[in-house]
Ligand binder design. Structure first.
Ligand code: CA
Length: 132
């Protein structure tokens, strides 16, 4: 009987909190969204957004160029409760925020986010910033 109550208490402790906190407790040692529990270079918040679980390596998506159009496609867990923005840079030092809705962000498929990079020189960089 006591064991049942203890088990219930532990279960309640594990399942309370925001959806990100529940995911972090199960997959990221309870760390914050900005930390990188599995040290693969992908922050816990981005892994949550992308639906990554466990401690396997989570790759950053590559830029795909077709003609003059370059895009990046991030996987998205449609059940993840989080906001996001894309940041774009010419120099990896100064970043410009692009927040949805924006013509450069395609969310028509709930399982992914496609960002179309600005065209023309100089070389552009982009990154996904997630706030669970
Ligand atoms: Ca990580």
């Amino acid at each position: 009987m006591i064991a049942d109550h203890l088990a219930d208490g532990i279960l309640a402790a594990l399942t309370t909190g925001s959806p990100f906190e529940v995911r972090a407790a199960a997959n990221a040692g309870g760390q914050t969204a900005g930390e990188d529990f599995d040290q693969d270079g992908m922050p816990n918040g981005a892994e949550y957004f992308m639906g990554a679980t466990g401690a396997t390596f989570t790759p950053n998506p590559s830029v795909v160029t077709a003609g003059a159009v370059s895009t990046v496609t991030w996987p998205r867990d449609p059940t993840a409760v989080a906001s996001f923005m894309v940041q774009v840079s010419d120099n990896l030092t100064e970043w410009t925020e692009v927040t949805p809705p924006d013509a450069s962000i395609d969310e028509s498929n709930p399982n992914q986010v496609i960002h179309t990079l600005p065209s023309g020189a100089p070389l552009k960089f982009c990154r996904l910033v997630v706030t669970p």
